[in-house]
Design a protein around this ligand. Structure first.
Ligand code: SF4
Ligand code: SF4
Length: 454
């Protein structure tokens, strides 16, 4: 059955065409104001949370490690300001809406940094040394997944291809686009670090064809440095072509198995590792500049007075970023962390940015040049008409209509048997459903419930 479905709707044809709405694509990255108070959550990544390494009253410098974990699947956190630790307390976390431990630091406005060890060349460094620098810098996937980078760079299988993901297929978000245009050289040097650690022979930089300036910039850098193992791969603008497994298929023709040896298939199972372009830039900063992750580029867009791409210190309040963009434009319906397809609605703008925050999207009554109902169908739900649209678009070959039916019936064992774990929450099924069934939300809820079944 699975093979028949794939024959009819091959992976390359999956996904949906959504208006890309890249309103801020020409806005140069600018520095956001350093926050007076920085709130650094102890969990900013997939895996184990950190334990605090500081106590109330301690003085910390910018870049100082303030939390760490002994677990392999974790990443340390660092202070993004210099100042005094005010408290270690639970704060609402933007990913879950739940209270999570955080270190609250009051800035002394001096921006005093730790001593940073800078280098010009990585050729004398061993792979383990580079991996250790990356681990200590707190680097995680900056495309939104926040998976610890040192873990991804330690696969058991032989890796022949590194894919640098510059697709940025979610509508509205332009942080990676601007980074490629403005910091392309650092991205390419970051990719060289990854390729050295992985022993990867080929590096493909995948960029969607709605970013011709980024394609040109990266291509020119590759030519200037005569990097024969690097290649730019221009992909069609389609959502979610930036999803790892889809991208691997588009770039190499290899299909990551849904399940292998009783676990979900991984890119490394087909000899590939995928890293986001922002992660590569941050790896450059860590290795060449001795700079841990204390900031990142965030797009603030939608109904704000001025849409911007901002270099933001981790731990800055969402409300401060919105103020920095001139405030809301008109009446606001909701604020989303991320894009319109996979973003997370926020009900408290006093939450603070984390390493995974790539965008703040403001939905209001203006939405310049864009009808929000085009993207998020929210009308009254009708019964399923078995049109098959959701099956056609699902990038991991699931049958969303069946999964939603099992979810409603609380048949979580059937959800599990039908590979609900492979759902990556892209929202494509909800987007195309003519009956306005909130398939992705139902599936996401059932996926969590199914995890509790032995
Ligand atoms: S949300 Fe899940 S089920 Fe729906 S299309 Fe995306 S991957 Fe498939
Ligand atoms: S897209 Fe909607 S109506 Fe069509 S099969 Fe899927 S759930 Fe049913």
């Amino acid at each position: 059955m699975t093979n028949i479905r794939r024959f009819i709707w091959p992976l390359a044809n999956k996904g949906v065409r959504v208006p890309d709405s890249k309103l801020s694509k020409d806005k140069q990255i600018e520095d956001a104001k350093i926050p007076e108070i920085a709130t650094i959550y102890l969990q900013q990544h997939i895996g184990a949370p950190c334990e605090p390494l500081v106590k109330v009253g301690d003085y910390v410098s910018v870049g100082e490690k303030i939390g760490d974990s002994k677990s392999f699947v974790s990443a340390p956190v660092h202070s993004s300001v210099s100042g005094t630790v005010l408290s270690i307390e639970e704060k609402i976390h933007p990913s879950s809406g739940l209270k999570r431990d955080a270190i609250v630091i009051e800035s002394d406005n001096k921006d005093k940094w730790i001593d940073r060890k800078k280098i010009n060349d990585i050729s004398d460094f061993k792979k383990d040394e580079l991996l250790q620098i990356i681990r200590e810098s707190g680097l995680v996937g900056l495309g939104g997944a926040a998976f610890p980078t040192h873990v991804k760079l330690s696969p058991k299988n032989k890796i022949d291809t590194l894919i640098l993901n510059g697709c940025e297929c979610e509508p509205y978000i332009t942080s990676d686009h601007r980074l490629m245009v403005e910091e392309g050289e650092k991205i390419v040097k970051g990719a060289e670090i990854f390729a050295k650690i992985l022993d990867a022979e080929n590096v493909l930089v995948a960029i969607e064809d709605n970013k011709p300036d980024a394609i040109l910039t990266i291509d020119n850098i590759i030519k200037d440095y005569d990097l024969k193992n690097f290649k730019v791969l221009k992909t069609e603008t389609k959502y979610p072509h930036g999803f790892e497994k889809t991208l691997i298929f588009l770039a190499t023709g290899r299909e990551v198995p849904l399940v292998i040896e009783n676990r979900a298939g991984l890119p490394a199972d087909v000899g590939v590792v995928v890293q986001n372009v922002g992660t590569a830039k941050a790896a450059y900063d860590a290795v060449y500049e001795g700079k841990p992750i204390i900031d990142r580029v965030i797009t603030v867009t939608g109904d704000v007075k001025e849409q911007k791409n901002l270099l933001v210190r981790i731990g800055t309040k969402f409300s401060e970023l919105i103020d920095f963009c001139g405030g809301f434009n008109g009446t606001i319906e909701k604020v989303v962390m991320g894009g319109p397809m996979m973003g997370i609605c926020q009900n408290d703008l006093d939450v603070s940015t984390i390493k995974a925050t790539n965008c703040l999207l403001i939905f209001g009554d203006g939405m310049t040049g864009y009808k929000k109902r085009d993207i998020i169908p929210k009308d009254i739900e009708n019964p399923c008409i078995r049109c098959g649209n959701c099956v056609k678009v699902c990038p991991v070959n699931l049958i969303p209509t069946d999964l939603a039916k099992y979810a409603r019936a609380r048949k979580f064992n059937l959800c599990k048997e039908n590979n609900i774990d492979a759902c990556m929450g892209c929202g494509s099924c909800s987007f195309v459903c003519p009956s306005k069934i909130e398939l992705a939300q139902l599936i996401s809820w059932a996926k969590n419930e199914a995890r509790n079944i032995k």
